[in-house]
Design a protein around this ligand. Structure first.
Ligand code: GLN
Length: 250
């Protein structure tokens, strides 16, 4: 076990609006992997009527799930009011994880099929435009080595096509099976500093325990300004799930 008291606060952004296909499982996975290492974890729900400086200013991890275009539109209006706050938190090196719709709203904008353009936070240099085609199915990904040598598995369900627009923002991996960002460049997700977006539902983190620990490591490093080696966990089941999905998809 760790020989010092550590704690992490997680902000669950708009859980009543963007929480589709079990995305809440990402919060459960992070909380469990922290508490199993005796790292105190508090989860704070943030909604459209909340003030971020009052409610989530001390948070180290910011999570936003996926959802339908209508709910995304409501969230986009709220995010626009708090753009300076979230930009500052991202620039400080706090961890952000956005899934699908939440990922899209961390970019510059999301243009739905039959709705006005939704302005994003701009903490990822990407934009998304809805297509007439919907990508639905299992996905496997080879992580970019700059993150770590590993793989990701999950489930995608989106009509949005996402494109990276700068050198500072990189894809998180190369698609092995599935569509990923746009079904064309064989790239999946995006990252910039400690901001991560992905199309992988599933839930994502329970099936990708190493990536969950990577996010925890980065959040602790930013908060405590040092690298804290995470004690290994007995996560045979999570690892078996990951590997069996990889085999199933190969
Ligand atoms: N509404 C967005 C799309 O269809 C996001 C969907 C989602 O979050 N699963 O691309």
């Amino acid at each position: 076990m760790l020989n010092q008291e550590y704690s992490i606060k997680i902000a669950h952004l708009y859980p009543n609006l963007l929480n589709i296909y079990g995305d809440f499982g990402n919060i459960i996975a992070l909380k469990k992997r922290l508490e199993d290492r005796n790292i105190t974890c508090e989860v704070i729900n943030f909604s459209v009527c909340d003030d971020p400086y009052e409610k989530i200013n001390e948070c180290n991890v910011f999570f936003i799930g996926g959802g339908q275009d209508i709910q995304q539109n409501e969230v986009a209006k709220s995010l626009k009011q708090h753009k300076d706050f979230f930009t500052q938190k991202a620039n400080e090196g706090n961890v952000f994880l956005g899934i699908c719709g939440g990922y899209q709203l961390m970019g510059e904008y999301y243009k739905p099929h039959d709705m006005d353009k939704q302005e994003g936070l701009g903490i990822l240099d990407v934009y998304t435009v809805a297509s007439s085609k919907r990508f639905i199915g299992n996905v496997s990904v080879k992580l970019k080595k700059e993150i770590f040598d590993g793989t990701l598995v999950g489930f995608e369900n989106h009509s949005g096509l996402t494109y990276i627009t700068s050198e500072e923002t990189k894809a998180i991996g190369d698609v092995i099976v599935g569509n990923g960002n746009n079904g064309d460049d064989k790239q999946e997700g995006a990252c910039k500093n400690n901001v991560f977006g992905t199309y992988l539902h599933g839930s994502f983190l329970p099936k990708n325990p190493k990536f969950a620990d990577y996010l925890i490591f980065q959040a602790l490093k930013t908060k405590y300004q040092k690298e804290i080696v995470l004690p290994p966990l007995d996560d045979k089941i999570e690892t078996l799930t990951h590997e069996s999905l990889l085999r199933f998809l190969s």
